[in-house]
Design a binder for this molecule. Structure first.
Ligand SMILES: [Zn+2]
Length: 235
């Protein structure tokens, strides 16, 4: 009796394994392709494969900027919108601050990256000023956070949540610049990423707008980060 139970169990396992193999063989290609992309290649391209179209054939989505492994927007201008709290924040001047942050990125990239305000509830980038509402931990002192979404290596609807006042408002909205640049793939300054493969900082601490705790109201985007963005978006 016991042996028979074992045999039946074994058969069921065998049938399940076979069913899984069948499912895997006939499931849509994207699932498998996504799994087969080494994560590092999305973050650290070597100079050799940077512009090699032939090695990008695995991607089902092609666009005018798809000469790169990097996650990117597949169109320009990038659309943005903000919620009502943002519209009213800073005596109603916060939308100007957003615009200033975006103009900064446009100017620094020599117009390679441009932005357009939309009324859509699903823009490329949504600014959300619910303050405490979206904060994951009430005791957290984070000023703002960027939440990126992408499919394959194309950005989709992404969001920036503003949690508290930044001290550079009215001067240079460095927090807005910092968070927006996260949504273009820029990592925190000093971390190992595409432009500083050794992790060695090329620009000193707080002068870099991608410093993790940007408090310097004169902080700037590094030349390496500008070059990276231009490599993808300049035509
Ligand atoms: Zn950050």
């Amino acid at each position: 009796m016991k042996d028979k139970t074992k045999l039946i169990t074994f058969r069921i396992v065998l049938i399940l394994a076979f069913a899984f193999l069948l499912w895997y063989a006939f499931s849509p290609n994207e699932n498998k392709i996504n799994n087969s992309i080494p994560n590092e290649e999305l973050i650290i391209p070597s100079d050799n494969n940077y512009n090699s179209l032939s090695s990008l054939d695995f991607l089902t989505t092609k666009d005018e900027f798809s000469n790169t492994y990097q996650i990117h927007y597949d169109h320009m201008p990038v659309t943005y919108n903000y919620n009502e709290e943002c519209a009213n924040y800073f005596n109603g001047k916060y939308p100007d601050q957003i615009k200033r942050a975006l103009d900064y990125i446009t100017n620094k990239t020599d117009q390679a990256i441009t932005f357009e305000k939309t009324d859509s509830s699903k823009p490329d980038i949504m600014y959300n000023c619910d303050f405490e509402h979206g904060r994951r931990n009430p005791l957290d002192l984070t000023i703002a956070e960027a939440f990126e979404n992408y499919y394959e290596n194309i950005y989709t609807f992404s969001e920036i949540r503003i949690y508290s006042t930044e001290m550079c408002l009215g001067k240079k909205p460095v927090t807005l610049i910092h968070e927006t640049l996260h949504l273009f793939g820029l990592q925190h300054f000093g971390y190992v990423d595409y432009d500083t493969p050794s992790g060695y900082p090329l620009q000193v601490g707080e002068e870099n707008v991608m410093h993790q705790e940007t408090t310097n109201c004169f902080a700037d985007i590094s030349q390496e980060d500008i070059n990276y963005l231009k490599t993808i978006y300049q035509k």
